[in-house]
Design a protein around this ligand. Structure first.
Ligand code: 13P
Ligand code: SF4
Length: 303
């Protein structure tokens, strides 16, 4: 009898499908994924794929971005409940109100946002290229949305650009407190503490390294240190433990889990391929405008 993994691999071949998986996914998803990584890496892979079907094991905005980049391909989100709470904190009307309070200032949107929001922003960014993107604009002030913590972290790295942020945040990352970092320092004095820039400023200020999910994994892989405390979603720790058995990784506190990222199971991915569900569609006019914002980011990221 074929295993679920074999069945998925067979369907992928038959339907010329590719599976993109974010590194916060349940770790067994990697067994069938063609590419696993952070949001920038996955959007780059979405551009370069020759597949007819893209199954996105991630949250809604990631699948929607893949669709905008590949209008002629079928993009599937195995569980339609997989939204991003941060992306849902700003809609089109809220964006227009925010922009109207700060006229003529370029708007940078985090990729964790809807197509409608992207369609009215000047450029998009991810956590791994946000500093580069804001610098590339070379202006004294930018608007940054929806994540206030990523925006303020970027401002601190750049110095000469004012970053005016929208008050959005990631509920999962905000569960990590400065006290957790201080406790970890006391308990693991030899550990390096690695944090995602969606964390509260008081956490990133105390961390040894701040970076996107892929940057955290790269840092841990390349470091000569042996013990790491990880201040981001549990999926990163699960992958580091699997891949670097000679090192030790500790999640900064229990249950730093993004519930929306954890919806997809192997069964859901199998069903997505069999029934070609749940297909992502984007209004053509919105998609064309959002594409400019995403393409501009991909162009700056290349350089
Ligand atoms: P990355 O850009 O690091 O993949 O982060 C996406 C995200 O949603 C983190 O919460
Ligand atoms: Fe959104 Fe936070 Fe989940 Fe990332 S971890 S997908 S920002 S809710």
């Amino acid at each position: 009898m074929q295993t679920i993994i074999e069945k998925i691999q067979k369907l992928k071949r038959e339907k010329n499908a590719v599976i993109l998986a974010h590194c916060y996914q349940n770790v067994e998803i990697d067994e069938v994924a063609d590419f696993v990584g952070d949001s920038l890496y996955l959007s780059q892979k979405a551009v370069s794929t020759n597949a007819d079907i893209i199954v996105f094991a991630g949250v809604f905005f990631m699948a929607q971005t893949a669709k905008i980049l590949n209008p002629s391909k079928k993009v599937l989100l195995p569980r339609k409940e997989s939204g991003c709470l941060m992306a849902d904190m700003i809609n089109y009307e809220q964006l227009m109100e925010f922009k109207s309070k700060h006229p003529d200032i370029p708007a940078v949107c985090y990729i964790n946002s809807t197509a409608e929001v992207k369609s009215e922003c000047d450029i998009c960014c991810t956590s791994s290229n946000a500093v580069k993107i804001v610098k590339s604009l070379d202006v004294p002030e930018v608007l940054f949305l929806p994540d206030t913590y990523l925006g303020k972290w970027v401002e601190k790295q750049i110095n000469n650009t004012k970053v005016t942020t929208y008050p959005g945040y990631c509920p999962t990352h905000l569960r990590i407190k400065a006290e957790d970092v201080l406790d970890a320092r006391e308990k693991y004095p030899k550990a390096k503490i690695l944090a995602h820039p969606e964390c509260h400023r008081s956490v990133t200020d105390l961390a040894d390294f701040v970076g996107s999910t892929a940057e955290i994994m790269k840092y841990a892989a390349e470091s000569s240190d042996k013990l790491f405390v990880i201040a981001t979603e549990k999926g990163v720790v699960d992958r580091l433990k699997r891949d670097y058995k000679d090192k030790e990784f500790v999640l900064i506190k229990d249950n730093i889990i993004c519930p929306n990222m954890k919806w997809h199971t192997l069964d859901d991915i199998y069903n997505a391929l069999v029934y070609e569900q749940h297909e992502i569609t984007v209004d053509k006019n919105i998609a064309q405008k959002a594409l400019k914002c995403i393409d501009r980011m991909l162009e700056v990221s290349k350089g």
